[in-house]
Design a binder for this molecule. Sequence first.
Ligand code: FRU
Length: 505
Amino acid sequence: MKRSNPIHIILAALAILATLCSCSQEKKYRIGVSQCSSDAWRSKMNEEINREIMFHPEAEVEIRSADDSNDKQIADINYFIKNKFDIIIAAPNEADAITPIIKKAYDSGIPVIIFDRSINGDSYTAFQGGDNRGIGLQAAQYARHLTKHGAKIIEIRGRQSSTPATERHLGFLQGLSEKNDMDIVGEGYGDWNYEESAHVADSLLNLYPDADLIYAHNDIMAIAASETARRRGLHPYVIGVDAAPEIGIKAVADSVIDATFLYPTEGHLLVRTALKILRHEPYDTVLYLPPSSAVDLTNADILLLQNESLREETSKIKILKGQVEEFWERHSAQTILFYAVIAILLLLAGFLFLLLRTFWQHKKHQKVLLEQNHLLEEQRDLQESLNRQLREATQSKLMFFTNVSHDLRTPLTLISEPIEQICGASNLTPRQQTLLKIASKNIRILKRLINQILDFRKYENGKLDLHPREVDFCTISREWAESFRAMARKHDIKLQITTGAIKSR
Ligand code: FRU
């Protein structure tokens, strides 16, 4: 079985903690919105976007406004590209100027939704916007409803190179051509803003003071034209486009302008389309939002009331969302704390386990060592007893040899005496002399051997001193050989001693 390593336990605990910390409301999608301008209409749209995003906690949105500057909008979109936003939603300020940067984003693989204003070409993922031609058409029909046959009209267009200006103009022309009963006597570009429109309106009213109606492509330009006309003491009908509550509808309710046409914002649809694209769900590649009927004095107040209650609801939702977020944060903090405590407990358990294991191992080692020690002691005792037995056996043997040697010496002495006496006799044949010499010599050898055994005993008991003496090794060797000569002859063995020159020292 694999042993559970406490380091692994610790690492697992930390991993769990890290996962728990990181999974607190992770944002999966980042949506970049590039608005070409900042005004009441776009604020309404931004509010819708922000309201919708509240219902999609997995997504976050960053809205940037270019304030009518192409350069600023290019920089904003570049920022989204550089920061790897998942999707870009853009209302291009001017088609020609903004097309290349949109193409760059699209070509780099970032999905792009174009809304409100368009670009040249089709380098985008989806388009969503109001039906500007339809709005122009409705405006012409409403102008006909307000004026008499042969009415003179001044048209104040948006910015020249922004597509809604072209579309709203073409739609208006289409509406006029239905009956050919009204004339555009003067026209100019108000660039979607108050100052430019006031300036254009002033010059045109100067030329055409008898104009019956001013058609401005948005409400802010319509308000500028109306106020300019009134300053001149003129009271043409003025109609605009957008119907943003704070500006257009209010201007209608205050009778500053006569009518406005709702240019749908539908910011929530933009967010939904973006999320569909990101989740690879089916979506509308082109979505034209249909125009609604004109806003005039008959419905302006009710629309303002509706807008007011919508705002209240929105602020309530915001408060609720804030509370939910607060609760969520508190809950996340408590969850993290809870898991942190668990992780710490796991760590402690790990350390405790480590400690106990070390302690157990130490004890086990100690036991093994004691056992080994015990075994060694037993072996040592055995060894000692064996040694003792060996010593005793050796002693007994020695004693035996000593005793035997003692016993041998006496008869040997008794043999040697008569032999010595015979050796001294004068009537011996040489042969007899030789044999007696041999016998006498071997008796001496035997005596010496017995003495040596007895000396060994002394040596064992530490009573023998060493007395080295010089001998003639050749003579001794020859004497020894003599002892064996008779035996050798008997067995037909040739015994010969060869010695070199002896160097006397
Ligand atoms: C806002 C605005 C609106 C107009 C739209 C056209 O920036 O000028 O008033 O309807 O843009 O793109």
